[in-house]
Ligand binder design. Structure first.
Ligand code: DON
Length: 568
């Protein structure tokens, strides 16, 4: 629909009039199997099976999550990992919530200028495809802590499925085969002197068996020795030897000092839904709540999914929120993040004040906001719900696809290139085009800022939705739009995940829709208002679970990947 000036001026009135229609639309029905006892939605079929098998053995959502994290380290080497890190958002069946930050940390020898040359210029790719691109891995410690606090089954039983997959092998999907083939040259070049576990004389194809013996041995040590199986002993030594081979920085002291952190979730309200999400060092939770609050006063469900007014409003909110992200978000252990100020309703309203329907607000005129009292000073997601209704939302990553593409020789796993998530130099974009400054500068032991947004929603005090996605800077906008698809546009879990998405991140000043996300008419209307539309390939791989009022678990597995929903 075309929005008139009257609509703009009267939007508070619209809310008043439309009060009843602003509640969630009638629950969309989904013609797929209905499960009540548990569900795993994740990015690889065998990993979903591993999680489901743990649920069927009587494991809870956290037991299944540990099994899936390790299984994805085998079957989804692009992103699943033990050499990376991640975030978990947890909600127990009785409503207790927690988040676990197992994000990588900068090694003790890291320095603010480590990616700059003598002239102060960023050295291309140094933060991406070198041993120095790797942060100290957090995933193993994270899984141990999560299991220690909430797990029900024995540790060995939740690690075992991943050992079986690595030792006996698993079938490669077409997508994985293509990804492995595409990276052969880099795997070979970057592991010169080390081992390339994916090397093949003939190209990989769908159905091939991938066996990872060294990784199976590493996972066995983790199964038998817990933390000591990774952060000390043989595997730690292998990591340090690998660092020496390539001038890397991670030391035994870094491994000893790595500990994941339980953090208080970021929570907020959107209409009748409570949103429970990840605090810093993710920017995702704060940004998601800022976005939801920015659009809350407007009649989105009346405008409709991906209609011009909807897109315009969402883009303008995203532009402002990403500008704030560039200045105010960083590791809270090193930088005072002004969370309360960023989430204050009056502040969010003030940010939207200069938005006008007539034309796009150029990003050049938008700066990070200011508020009184402020002292300056290929990833993967999985969603799990168990029979009791405990829920886990985990996003975990190596950062780029296959991380820095460097194996820890002898240990069979890839290292992350998460250091690129720091701001190498103020104002210089990272691989996702994100800019930052002091808040996210490199310091020894600091965690790099993330966009990962594992999220759980409740309605009327009950579990309603578990959601998250990979996608670098697009994570926040994908989670935001998927939530709106369910809450505002009446889409079921699968539709909400499948629906076309679009992205704006302040800089560059462009709207990036997936192909066919907008009709020609919508594109033209937006262009006439000055929006630069730059279509792009697929955005994210959202995996979500929505609980129906009858207590059924409805899964949304992203068709953009090999994502699978398994329930019982
Ligand atoms: O933590 C972050 O925000 C990034 N390292 C995530 C990278 C990612 O999602 C890549 N996957 N497509």
């Amino acid at each position: 629909m075309k929005l008139t000036l009257r609509d703009t001026l009267n939007y508070p009135l619209i809310i008043l009039l439309a009060g009843s229609t602003l509640t969630a639309p009638a629950f969309a029905q989904e013609a797929s199997p209905r499960y009540k006892k548990g569900m795993v939605v994740c990015a690889y079929p065998d990993a979903a099976q591993a999680g489901l098998s743990v649920l069927k053995k009587g494991g809870n959502a956290v037991d299944a999550a540990v099994a899936v994290q390790f299984a994805l380290a085998v079957t989804l080497p692009q992103a699943g990992n033990i050499g990376g890190g991640g975030f978990m958002v947890y909600r127990s069946s009785n409503g207790q919530t927690a988040t676990l930050d197992y994000r990588e940390k900068a090694p003790g020898k890291a320095t603010t200028d480590m990616y700059l040359d003598a002239n102060g210029k960023v050295i291309p790719q140094k933060s991406l495809y070198t041993h120095q691109a790797a942060g100290v891995p957090g995933s193993v410690d994270g899984m141990i802590e999560a299991h220690k606090k909430y797990g029900k089954l024995k540790w060995a039983d939740v690690v075992q499925p991943s050992i079986d997959l690595a030792a006996k092998g698993f079938k490669v999907t077409e997508r994985l085969a293509n990804d492995l083939n595409r990276n052969q040259e880099q795997f070979t070049r970057l592991n010169n002197g080390g081992t390339n576990y994916f090397a093949r004389t003939t190209p990989w194809k769908a159905g091939d068996l991938l066996v990872l013996k060294d990784l199976a041995n590493t996972l066995t040590l983790i199964r038998d020795k817990g933390r000591a199986g990774f952060y000390s002993g043989k595997v730690a030594q292998q990591i340090i030897t690998e660092m020496k081979r390539g001038d890397g920085l991670i030391s035994q002291a870094d491994l000893d000092n790595y500990h994941s952190v339980w953090r208080k979730p970021i929570t907020g309200q959107y209409k009748q839904y409570k949103v429970i999400t990840m605090p810093p060092p993710s920017s995702g939770g704060i940004a998601l709540l800022q976005l939801l609050h920015s659009v809350e006063p407007y009649p989105l469900s009346r405008w409709g999914h991906n209609q011009d007014s909807t897109v315009q409003l969402i883009v303008e909110a995203e532009r402002r929120v990403y500008a704030d992200r560039s200045k105010y978000l960083g590791d809270p252990d090193f930088f005072k993040v002004p969370t309360d100020s960023l989430l204050r309703p009056a502040y969010i309203e003030s940010r939207m004040k200069n938005f006008t329907w007539a034309a796009a607000t150029p990003s050049s005129t938008i700066q990070p906001g200011s508020f009184a009292g402020y002292e300056s000073d290929q990833t993967t997601h999985f969603s799990i719900v168990d029979a009791q209704g405990n829920a886990v939302s985990i996003t975990t990553t190596l950062n780029g696809s296959f991380g820095n593409k460097i194996f820890v020789s002898g240990a069979g796993f890839l290292l992350n290139n998460e250091m690129d998530d720091f701001s190498s130099k103020p104002g210089v974009p990272n691989m996702y085009g994100l800019v930052g400054g002091k808040a996210n500068s490199i310091q020894p032991g600091k965690r790099m800022l993330s966009s990962m947004t594992p999220t759980i929603l409740e309605k009327d005090g009950k579990l309603f939705m578990v959601v998250g996605t990979p996608g670098g800077s697009t994570i926040i906008t994908s989670v935001f739009q998927t939530i709106l698809n369910v809450l505002e546009f009446g889409q079921d879990a699968q539709q909400a995940v499948t629906s076309k998405r679009f992205h704006h991140q302040w800089l560059p000043d462009e709207v990036a829709p997936e192909i066919n996300a907008f009709t020609n008419d919508v594109t033209t209307k937006l262009q006439q208002k000055g929006y630069k539309i730059v279509p792009r390939g697929s955005i994210g791989r959202v995996d979500a679970i929505v609980v129906t009022p009858q207590g059924y678990l409805m899964g949304g597995a992203d068709p953009r990947g090999d994502d699978t929903k398994s329930g019982w």
